[in-house]
Design a binder for this molecule. Structure first.
Ligand SMILES: Cc1cc2nc3c(=O)[nH]c(=O)nc-3n(C[C@H](O)[C@H](O)[C@H](O)COP(=O)(O)OP(=O)(O)OC[C@H]3O[C@@H](n4cnc5c(N)ncnc54)[C@H](O)[C@@H]3O)c2cc1C
Length: 388
């Protein structure tokens, strides 16, 4: 067996959260190893790829043609009968957005690869096809993490282990954090990439329990005349699965005529936590970022922006913290969560409370109206939140 590798930080998972954490930690002078069990990052695609321009800017990522597939200029939010609120920022704020997009659709395979390239360039080491399988504490200063690299065992000694390993985080479980998610807060999402469905540079969101119970349906533009048509549902609110609802939406909704000649060329899906952030995101030697810590917008289900921002907070924090020589105990690492709360967490908790208020409404028509209003307000000009 090869001798253990010793690093300051081992990051498990090279999605947007892990790659950003690793990049900022390495830029801050730490010895960083980033591993991902996949051999092709971002694949299979389980994401629509909508992300705002400022989310990229916040973490110093240029909107590069390598991964941008479509510019986004605004939103169209529909109620369940087809009435809509259009928020086209080309018209609302022509000075800022006539030429500059508000956001983008990114290709997650190429986006995740690009982010990982930036990690390599920042001086960190990256190992693909490398799965974290177990961890144990060595002493106050280090833990041992057992990996499988191309099927062969590999041991890493690290001062901190960052769990950026997504919704089903194993790192969180090993650390004893309460990562369990209720089925009533887990959206089951499915989308078709379709040819022959017209789009207009807007993210279209369709509310209404009859189309997507517990979530919403969407039509997003994609390059080369493709569209992403999908939805997220809460399985405990319906007798049918996501596929049934998506087919029903395509055939029966007020947009059905637009889909009539569309052809499905790809099917993608996955789970999205529409839950509160974890109340505890750190343990001795461990912190969680991104989906692993439920850093997902509970109203929109968007998690790229929050993963990127949290990754920067974590990477910057670790660089300062570990360079000071401090012991990575839970008590000390909690400062990361405090910084996250100030920068992002309070807004996420507020959004979670708004989401709960919507779905507590017993009368379905009133619930539908409230979700429609909440989403339209969220994307509005006066919204206190960042847009995507
Ligand atoms: C259908 C769908 C559509 C979506 N659309 C959008 C959207 O348009 N905009 C948006 O903002 N968000 C969207 N999301 C949510 C978004 O995809 C996630 O919030 C985001 O990917 C979270 O990033 P992450 O880095 O935390 O985790 P992930 O992107 O899930 O990355 C986790 C990584 O960890 C790796 N990993 C896991 N376990 C291990 C292990 N033991 N060892 C090594 N590696 C491991 C995985 O291989 C993976 O690469 C969507 C989600 C779904 C399901």
């Amino acid at each position: 067996m090869s001798p253990p590798i010793t690093v300051d930080v081992l990051v498990v998972g090279s999605g947007p959260a892990g790659a950003t954490t690793a990049r900022f930690a390495a830029q801050g002078g730490l010895d960083v190893l980033l591993v991902d069990k996949k051999q092709e990052l971002g694949a299979p695609i389980q994401c629509s790829g909508a992300v705002s321009a400022h989310a990229l800017m916040d973490v110093g990522v240029e909107a590069h043609p390598e991964f941008v597939v479509e510019p986004i200029y605004g939103f169209k939010v529909y109620d369940s009968d087809g009435a809509s609120t259009v928020l086209d920022y080309r018209e609302l704020k022509p000075d800022a957005y006539a030429d500059n997009p508000l956001g983008y659709i990114v290709d997650r395979r190429r986006f995740d690869r690009y982010l990982t390239t930036l990690v390599e360039r920042s001086g960190a080491e990256v190992l693909l096809k490398t799965e974290a399988q177990a961890m144990e504490r060595i002493d106050d200063r280090r833990i041992r993490v057992q990996l499988q690299h191309f099927g062969a065992p590999l041991t890493v000694h690290a001062r901190v282990l960052v769990g950026a390993d997504g919704l089903q985080s194993q790192v969180g479980k090993w650390a004893g954090l309460r990562t369990h998610i209720k089925l009533s807060e887990l959206a089951s999402c499915l989308q078709y990439v379709m040819d022959g469905v017209q789009t207009e540079g807007l993210l279209e969101l369709i509310t209404g329990r009859r189309w997507a119970p517990g979530g919403y349906a969407w039509v997003f533009p994609k390059s080369s005349g493709y569209a992403e048509v999908g939805l997220g549902i809460i399985r405990t609110m319906t007798d049918h699965d996501a596929r049934w609802h998506l087919d029903h939406f395509l055939k029966r909704s007020f947009l059905a005529e637009r889909f009539r000649l569309g052809k499905i060329i790809e099917i993608q899906g996955g789970g999205v936590p529409l839950a509160a952030p974890l109340t505890q995101q750190t343990a001795d030697h461990v912190l969680l970022v991104g989906d692993a810590a439920r850093h997902v917008n509970p109203i929109t289900g968007g998690g790229i922006h929050t993963a990127l921002r949290c990754g920067k907070i974590a990477g910057d924090f670790l660089a300062n913290f570990l360079r000071s020589g401090a012991i990575p105990s839970n008590a000390n690492l909690q400062e990361f969560q405090r910084r996250w709360e100030v920068s992002l967490g309070r807004s996420m908790w507020k959004l979670y409370r708004s989401k709960r208020a919507v779905f507590r409404i017993k009368e379905f028509a009133a619930q539908d109206r409230q979700l429609y209003r909440t989403l339209a307000d969220y994307f509005g000009q006066d919204s206190e939140y960042r847009k995507i």
